[in-house]
Design a protein around this ligand. Structure first.
Ligand code: GRF
Length: 199
């Protein structure tokens, strides 16, 4: 049974998709901890409801001093759960190079855009605006390994998401999130399956 630590920052709909897949036996894995950099993230309540350790870890300057200091505390907490895989599911903090090196090859991130497009935190809105300008016909979602860039690591899986002229931004957001939930679970399956094969 592979051990997953899931990092979140907000609503946690992608975390919920992972919890549901584990509960249904669709993933040979269990979520052993959920950590959020936002103490009020609704996703923490989802973890509690699922009986999974829910750990708020907000950044406090007088405690963590800087990004590297925060990452070191985060890494120590994560390591204590002995993860086979760390899943950034709606995680909105950049992980520094020391953190990435410490867990090299064991961190994956979900991003609501296709590789090389709309980096950052407004991806869906920016895709919607680009569609309105006639620049794109569709957008998409990707899951990738985390490297020392931002949304730039080796791609594990992608899925295109159509945009329709009648769409509101909310319509597109809903379609993107539905696609994320499926792609993230499938990607975790692929990664832990390849980990098993490497043994
Ligand atoms: C998702 O689009 C995720 O890719 C992005 O934040 C959004 C919210 O995700 N980083 P969730 O509902 O908190 O899982």
């Amino acid at each position: 049974m592979k051990r997953l630590v899931v990092l979140i920052s907000g609503y946690g709909s992608n975390l919920q998709a992972i919890l549901n897949a584990c509960r249904r036996g669709e993933l040979p894995a269990k979520v052993v901890a959920v950590i959020s950099n936002k103490a009020d993230a609704f996703g923490l309540q989802r973890a509690i409801d699922a009986g999974v350790p829910a750990i708020p870890l907000p950044f406090y300057r007088d405690l963590h001093f800087d990004r590297a200091g925060y990452d070191e505390v985060l890494a120590d907490v994560i390591e204590s759960y002995r993860p086979d895989l760390i899943v950034c599911a709606g995680w909105m903090r950049i992980l520094g190079p020391a953190f990435v090196r410490r867990f090299a090859g064991k961190i994956i991130n979900l991003h609501p855009a296709l590789p090389g497009t709309f980096p950052g935190t407004r991806s869906i809105a920016e895709a919607f605006e680009a569609f309105q300008r006639g620049e794109i016909q569709h957008t998409g979602v990707m899951v990738h390994y985390v490297d020392e860039g931002v949304d730039t690591g080796p791609v594990i899986a992608t899925c295109e998401v159509p945009i329709y002229p009648t769409d509101s931004l909310q319509d597109l957001e809903r379609r993107v999130h539905e696609t994320e939930h499926k792609l993230l679970v499938a990607s975790i399956w692929d990664v832990i399956g390849s980990q098993e094969a490497e043994k």
